[in-house]
Design a protein around this ligand. Structure first.
Ligand SMILES: NC(=O)c1ccc[n+]([C@@H]2O[C@H](COP(=O)([O-])OP(=O)(O)OC[C@H]3O[C@@H](n4cnc5c(N)ncnc54)[C@H](O)[C@@H]3O)[C@@H](O)[C@H]2O)c1
Length: 333
């Protein structure tokens, strides 16, 4: 049951998979939020979640929360991120919008401007920024533990099984894209964080007329690091980033393992380094809880950003450039 004396009055907009499994229970658990509204255009779903979590109001139109909450989580189909976030920001509501921040770089820029003009916080759900394993990877790469970074390969993919409440992910007019826009933002944001901005880019996918289920990128970053990335909704991939360095390689897991493996050239041993924090072992519930804490803390008191919206926008710019340069993917398997 939610404690009504908590600090930030919160609305959660979109009661589908991510909200039901993470944002709603997490926000109800946190002493920093008082969850006063659930919003979903599927009112039956909003009502059932509100009743389960003992939240006082369920509505089907987000406009009803304006003037009644301090902050909102926007967790609706990608294409609506911009449409809903702009009026919320204009009404003085702080927003944590799910990834992808929006479906175009122009939309992202406008969201950032409107947040600034209205002096409200806009954060984006890139929780891997606060996941210890990715922070440790950033340190290992920046400090060049295995010498100069040369190249990387990365793959992230599972056979799609998310318990989504709508089919929006598979309809281009609602999603704006497929696996690149859905799975891609987390890893692509990590790569931009670790390696800096990129120069050359090539992109292939299997979209035909619909949304892509498999795609591949090849990138060259400004520092000269080259790499390839595969995303899939149809195949269980390795879910790993493998970084080749001057003196060996670094294996970074994607998921909930916190162990990075350092392999040395010309050595018959390897080293495991781990990064954990108090949320480790709780899967996405833990790190998404931590994300909400950062969001609330930034609104309430300090400059506690885990990531500025400007950085999330760069990920959308990269994705947009991929789609603009699309080539047909050769399905070699
Ligand atoms: N951070 C993460 O790791 C993570 C994980 C999963 C999903 N997401 C993101 O969260 C968003 C939602 O994903 P999901 O898996 O929960 O999808 P979902 O289809 O399960 O849920 C979306 C919900 O939004 C509702 N909705 C649609 N239009 C609406 C409107 N105008 N107003 C109010 N509600 C509306 C739908 O009825 C549905 O219940 C996506 O953008 C996705 O990328 C992020």
């Amino acid at each position: 049951m939610c404690d009504k004396n908590k600090a930030l009055k919160l609305a959660i907009i979109g009661c589908g998979a991510i909200s039901a499994n993470a944002h709603i229970p997490n926000a109800c658990k946190s002493p920093l939020f008082d969850v006063v509204y659930l919003v979903d255009k599927n009112l039956e779903l909003a009502n059932s979640q509100a009743s389960y979590f003992d939240i006082p109001n369920a509505v089907d139109d987000f406009q009803e929360i304006i003037g009644k909450v301090d902050a909102a989580i926007v967790a609706v189909p990608h294409k609506l991120h911009y449409d809903l976030t702009i009026p919320l920001l204009k009404s003085g509501i702080h927003v944590l919008v799910e990834k992808p921040m929006a479906i175009s770089f122009n939309e992202c820029q406008e969201m950032i401007e409107v947040a600034k003009e209205n002096k409200v916080l806009l954060e984006v759900g890139h929780f891997r920024r606060i996941q210890p394993v990715f922070q440790l990877a950033k340190k290992i790469i920046s400090e060049q533990w295995l010498g100069k970074i040369e190249s990387f390969t990365a793959e992230e993919g599972v056979v799609f099984s998310s318990p989504v409440a709508s089919a929006a992910m598979f309809k281009k007019e609602q999603s704006g894209g497929g696996v690149l826009l859905d799975t891609g933002p987390h890893l692509l944001e990590n790569l931009l964080w670790w390696f800096g901005d990129y120069g050359n880019l090539q992109y292939w996918d299997d979209a035909c007329e619909g949304v892509e289920a498999d795609c591949k990128l090849e990138l060259t970053f400004d520092g000269g690091v080259t790499g390839s990335v595969n995303f899939s909704r149809l195949r269980n991939l390795k879910n790993q980033v493998n970084v080749k360095c001057e003196k060996g390689s670094i294996e970074i897991p994607i998921g909930w393992s916190e162990d990075i493996i350092l392999k040395y050239d010309n050595a018959d041993y390897e080293t495991k380094v781990s990064a954990t924090n108090e949320y480790t072992g709780q899967g996405n519930l833990g790190y998404l809880y931590n994300e909400l804490e950062f969001f609330a803390s930034t609104v309430l008191s300090s400059d506690a950003y885990f990531m500025k919206a400007e950085e999330a926008a760069k990920t959308v710019r990269l994705i947009e450039q991929c789609y603009a340069n699309r080539q047909n993917l050769d399905l070699e398997w």
